[in-house]
Design a protein around this ligand. Sequence first.
Ligand code: FES
Length: 569
Amino acid sequence: MTDKKTGMRKGLTKYGDEGFSLYLRKAFIKGMGYTDDALDRPIVGITNTFSEYNACHGTVPQLIAAVKRGVMLAGGLPVEFPTITIHESFAFPTSMYMRNLMSIDTEEMIRAQPMDSVVLIGGCDKTVPALLMGAASAALPAILEVTGPMLPGSHRGERLGACTDCRRFWGKYRADEIDLEEIAQITDQLVPSAGTCGVMGTASTMAIIAEALGMMLPGGACIPAVLADRYRHAEQTGARAVHMAKDGSPAPDKVMTADAFHNALTVLQAIGGSTNGIVHLAALAGRLGLTLDLNEFDKIGRNTQVLVDLKPSGENYMDDMHKAGGTGPLFRELGDMLHLTALTVNGKSLGENIDDLPPPFDQEIIRSKQNPVAKSGGMAVLKGNLAPDCAVIKHVAASPELLNHTGKAVVFKNMEDLVNRIDDPDLEVDKDSVLVMQNAGPKGAPGMPESGYLPIPKKLAAAGVKDMVRISDARMSGTAFGTIILHVAPESAVGGPLALVKDGDLIKLDVENRTLDVLISDQELAKRRANWTPPTPHAGSERGYSKLYQDTVTQAPEGCDFDFLQARK
Ligand code: FES
């Protein structure tokens, strides 16, 4: 028994006698029938994010089998281990509240158990960032395999899928345009197969920008979950993980460099991606000692067109993007807007991977720069006396006529207040009002839920109003659309100016000039701040994970990570 710190010899349990530790470890694992030959191979850990609560991860068992096949074909030993999983609709109070817990679990399980590289399998919105954050902190060679998008469904001859269409049809139901029977039929079609949401929501966004970051083998982001191509990609991922295990490289910080983050931000703008992508990228950068520059992100947006025609910015689904060639044609079209020398997990640069692409063919989903879906990037970063640190708007999915708008605030103190009053027939609101929701940020909600898509008051929806300016310190699903300002920082619950807005204040949004202001004097703001009192602490926040969360979660521009998980700079 040598003291080679790889494979089974790695990270020995401390009994005060390393020989005994290895002897005992081997004895236990041999209880599962392994031979010495198997145990002497490079070990590839494979995360297991399966859960019967999570349809987005419904194919994880088959994906693990494919990854294992690839690992064994390449001469390694695959070892599957669990980490927690999070589904958007099955996490209380919100999935974002759990993301950091998943990242801690992933990091510590990678670190605690013997493995030479790790395959990260995830897909649903928070799982990909959590896995990448954990792997970045664990600093072991890591490669991502996403579960892949679901297929589109069909309702009365119309294609549909989670979750842009979920919101569109729910809006019709609220406006009495469709009845209870039809909305029930639609529920059967919105998620017609296992896999992640099939539009350019957060899961698709994170898959594509993870590939742009270099953490996935080329072509993996868009393959639908249930296609054979997905399992072939997983097999190749397993095989590649063995080479990474043998080489001991590349470590995550050699792939996810400042150049790689520039690429991810450029791609995020060019796909009209989810606003959540900014929060997750900020958290991930923080794990690697980098700072995500939101001014740079905004600048990239002014010089980058939206090139991908997917809902909610466009008309199509991830299945269509896969058929159009996936990320390859997009990366090729972006060309030198990307840092092409950035290393990727297959050991080649992004530019070399683009050179290896098959020849282009005619398709309508991934556009040329001469024929973009939108002339500038998908998102803008706003600042002003209402958002001194920043706020974000996905203007490509907003109403053009509202991008420069001044209106009277209608203020809701929190999500409960919103639910109680938004449909009140006596609510003083009209189509030009600006809906404001306070206390829905990282600490305030808690967990910065996707509640920023404030519903149109029922009486206005019934009158045909489809969009209004809406502002909060919450997030929004990447699948949603509307003139919605999110991530206002600092948040209300820590005394940000959003907490000081009152009914009737005039709010001015000017997206062209990137400003968001409440039109009251500094003196009046100071007077209101002096009288402001913080909200009552959440029940249960005096102990456990809730206390850890409240004490250490950062604001949106830092990614809502826990401050002690960020790398020391
Ligand atoms: Fe899992 Fe949309 S709910 S990806």
